[in-house]
Design a protein around this ligand. Structure first.
Ligand SMILES: NC(=O)c1ccc[n+]([C@@H]2O[C@H](COP(=O)([O-])OP(=O)(O)OC[C@H]3O[C@@H](n4cnc5c(N)ncnc54)[C@H](OP(=O)(O)O)[C@@H]3O)[C@@H](O)[C@H]2O)c1
Length: 313
């Protein structure tokens, strides 16, 4: 099969398109014919080993944690899927393998592809939508009537976080730059904040939950906008225990884990038209390096997806 392979850590130039053997599905895995693969900031971070041991990948490595495709083979212990089933999956960070014509996933990682989406759209969903779900629902326990401030609302995680929060019945405030104010509104944000023109803390006050996908100064300035007893969940940094205590609030840092029941629930919300998927750019898989350069800018609108094969008719 054709796959993007990195034989060394480094810049985007280490990514090469090669002919290599297909992976084999173990008894608890499905072999998926990949139609599209999602691109995430972590793909570039893993390639450059930006986080050192925290995200150590073995070489040679095939990047990519998000796939959408068709089940080619199902291992002996697989009960949920059979050959021919359309699926999408977030493959765990210690495995990857998505930028390839074939990839393997477990039942914990995969769910039925939402019927209303193309494969390109489906590949844009798993990692970021599960992150938003695990941050807002599992960790911060966001509930109807609460107010949430979502930093980076126009990006991969943020675009799903806004919609998941709205589907929960929360009031949503979200930040992005000027060019993405329209997108925040289109996604359902009640209050769109242009971080290039306004300080978010001048607009957002007494919120129940903050979802931080930006970190550093943005996280540092977020403690003061949360009401007593509220929650800051960061996906890029560790909330400071001293600040949390000073403001009488809770905080957590999370790392997304594959969760197929959550992915199936997200798929239902998509098919019910409660969540839409924003794909701003696609690249042929051979141009994976360009896609990773783009994702590393930290200014992606919605998602970037690699096309690995033609969409089936
Ligand atoms: N812990 C985990 O499990 C986990 C999971 C997924 C992602 N992450 C991390 O979370 C971060 C976001 O991921 P992503 O996939 O959503 O990235 P992304 O698609 O690149 O989106 C980043 C978004 O942040 C916005 N942004 C940049 N600077 C900002 C600022 N100062 N204030 C507010 N918004 C700002 C950008 O909007 P503008 O272009 O309008 O500025 C862009 O839409 C990445 O660092 C990623 O590695 C962590």
């Amino acid at each position: 099969m054709k796959a993007i392979v990195a034989h060394q850590y480094g810049g985007p130039e280490v990514l090469k398109l090669e002919e290599i053997p297909q992976p084999e599905a173990k008894e608890d895995e499905i072999l998926v014919r990949v139609i599209a693969a999602g691109v995430n900031p972590v793909d570039a971070a893993a390639r450059s080993q930006k986080f050192g041991q925290f995200l150590h990948i073995k070489l040679p490595a095939i990047p990519g944690y998000d796939i959408a495709g068709i089940v080619e083979k199902a291992g002996a212990k697989i009960t949920k899927f059979k050959p021919g089933d359309p699926v999408y999956a977030y493959i765990a960070l210690d495995k990857g393998g998505g930028y390839a014509q074939y990839a393997v996933a477990t039942e914990k990682e995969a769910a039925a592809k939402p019927q209303s989406l193309t494969y390109v759209e489906a590949a844009a969903v798993p990692l970021v939508a599960e992150t938003a779900w695990q941050a807002l629902i599992d960790t911060a326990r966001l509930s109807a009537g609460q107010t949430v401030l979502i930093h980076g609302g126009s990006g991969g995680v943020g675009s799903f976080a806004i919609q998941i929060a709205k589907a929960r019945g929360a009031k949503v405030m979200a930040t992005a730059s000027t060019a993405n104010q329209d997108l925040l509104k289109q996604l359902g944000a009640d209050v769109a904040i242009d971080y290039t023109k306004q300080k978010f803390e001048d607009v957002a006050k007494d919120v129940d939950v903050v979802l931080d996908s930006v970190g550093k100064d943005t996280l540092a300035r977020s403690y003061g906008v949360v009401k007593k007893g509220g929650f800051i969940v960061s996906i890029v940094g560790r909330p400071d225990p001293t600040q949390l205590e000073k403001h009488g609030i809770h905080g957590a840092s999370i790392s997304v884990e594959p969760n197929s029941s959550e992915l199936a629930e997200i798929g239902r919300l998509i098919d019910e038209k409660k969540i839409k998927v924003i794909v701003s750019q696609t690249f042929p898989v051979a141009e994976a390096a360009k896609a990773q350069e783009q994702i590393a800018t930290r200014h992606t609108r919605g998602k970037i997806v690699l096309k690995v094969a033609e969409e089936p008719k």
